[in-house]
Write a protein that binds this ligand. Structure first.
Ligand code: ATP
Ligand code: MG
Length: 234
């Protein structure tokens, strides 16, 4: 029997490296994250998405160890994926079903919910994201921003312990960016990790990490981390 998950341990990386096709993508990343919301910032190509993907085993560490709530991502990938909901930058990567409501409902399949409870939860999450009027629309017909809201709804409906969102507000207008920012920073999960270029959103988190050239170069209070990032361009 493997040990039960221990949320108090947070997200732990020990000397993690990622190499793809012989090229170093991340090097010597160590961190212990116990905060409720964690922003991940840094330049294009600095390694943010790679870091995010380590947290549910989409990317494998070539060296070192990644643990989420005590679970070793490499050895207990299935259990980790049950706990970690991942929201992709490109919503087309994760929308699977023909209609909006069916796509959200698919997430609940096989999770032991009765038909009525599942329907009620789908309706509630669609309402929360302003998608109720689109429930029976073909998912492909949604705008980019509406698709991004749908992708997030489909993840949150399962109430994952950890939410990892890779640039969740990129396609959204001001109102929806604010809505998603509010949702993600409101404590929807035990822990939420938000990769973003929106420094105001980063500053609403409890902690921030900055990557540069595949290394974790800064970590701490979000306002301080974003301040040093801005200063690097001054
Ligand atoms: N599967 C892959 N194969 C080869 N190289 C990769 C792969 N995934 C990422 N990389 C490279 O690793 C580096 C970091 O990529 P990553 O996507 O993590 O950056 P990022 O910080 O998320 O950038 P952005 O802000 O543009 O999304 C880049 O140079 C990228 O080209
Ligand atoms: Mg990225």
């Amino acid at each position: 029997m493997s040990a039960p998950a221990d949320p108090t341990r947070g997200i732990e990386l020990r000397a993690v490296a990622v190499e793809i096709d012989g090229r170093g993508i991340l090097d010597d990343v160590s961190a212990t994250l116990t905060q409720r919301t964690v922003a991940v910032i840094g330049a294009n190509g600095s390694g943010k998405s790679t870091f995010a993907r380590l947290l549910n085993g989409l990317v494998r560490a070539s060296a070192g160890e990644v643990r989420v709530h005590g679970l070793d991502v490499a050895r207990e990938t299935r259990r980790v994926r049950e706990r970690v909901g991942f929201v992709f930058t490109n919503p087309d990567a994760q929308i699977l079903m023909p209609t909006v409501a069916e796509d959200v409902a698919l997430s609940l399949k096989g999770r032991g919910r009765g038909r009525e409870e599942a329907a009620a939860r789908v309706a509630a999450v669609l309402d929360r994201f302003g998608l109720s009027a689109l429930a029976d629309r073909p998912a492909y017909s949604l705008s980019g921003g509406q698709k991004q809201l749908l992708a997030l709804a489909s993840v949150l409906v399962t109430e994952p312990a950890v939410v990892v969102a890779d640039e969740p507000t990129t396609l959204l207008d001001l109102g929806n960016a604010r809505l998603i920012g509010d949702v993600l920073t409101s404590g929807i999960a035990v822990q939420t990790v938000i990769v973003t270029h929106d420094l105001e959103l980063a500053e609403r988190c409890d902690a921030a990490l900055r990557f540069a050239d595949g290394r974790l170069v800064d970590a701490g209070e979000p306002a301080e981390v974003t301040g040093r990032y801005r200063a690097a361009f001054a």
